[in-house]
Design a protein around this ligand. Sequence first.
Ligand SMILES: Nc1ncnc2c1ncn2[C@@H]1O[C@H](COP(=O)(O)OP(=O)(O)OP(=O)(O)O)[C@@H](O)[C@H]1O
Length: 228
Amino acid sequence: MRDLTVGYGQTPVLFDISLAVNRGEIVCLLGRNGVGKTTLLRSIIGLNQPTKGSISFGGQDITKAPTYKRARQGIAYIPQGREIIPYLSVLDNLKMGFAASGKKGNRIPSEIFDFFPMLSDHLSRQGGLLSGGQQQQLAIARGLMCNPQIMLLDEPTEGIQPSIVQEIEDTLKRINEEKGITVMVVEQKIEFARKLAQKFFIMEKGAIVERGSTEQLTNDLLHRYLAV
Ligand SMILES: Nc1ncnc2c1ncn2[C@@H]1O[C@H](COP(=O)(O)OP(=O)(O)OP(=O)(O)O)[C@@H](O)[C@H]1O
């Protein structure tokens, strides 16, 4: 991403953001509420359009590509709040991944149940009847159905009980290691982000103000940019 400037109407929200994520990395994006983290992820998948700057993915300029093409090129977006379709079954929620990837298919690959064994016990249940943690796992699994190269996750641990947070951390690590999928995660839970990611970016007022490897994520930085 180079010099990306994005706004809502006339109001700019992201200012000249430049950042790079290498293939196979896990990176986290941190910052207080309202600094622009969600807008940044939405810009990568094409739900917000920049007024300036560019985004390239796998060497291709995707700045003007529509969202569905970005999904087909290998970008999966797992939004804040998960956006499971509540009245569809777990199975049908998963099958939506076929539509997003542009590939025809009817059978859910077994690896989905290998990463998320819980789902196989609930395939015929309505998605909206799952717990928050189970819905989050379903949302990640639905993203994985698109066979992505990168997964963008917006606060995957929000409102989720600690045991499931640990499961999500372990599964994301496995997905990264076993499938080589790059992961970019927006997080408020610092310990989760620290354990999961190798690199961090901190945002403040629509700009990246600090970046580095997670070992460099000192308490001083956390206090300065994340304490409320
Ligand atoms: N649809 C919208 N229309 C107008 N302004 C918006 C819209 N969505 C977000 N904003 C504004 O853009 C700014 C950045 O919001 P954004 O949701 O990207 O921040 P965030 O860091 O993800 O916050 P949070 O941690 O609360 O999710 C905020 O000032 C917000 O009020």
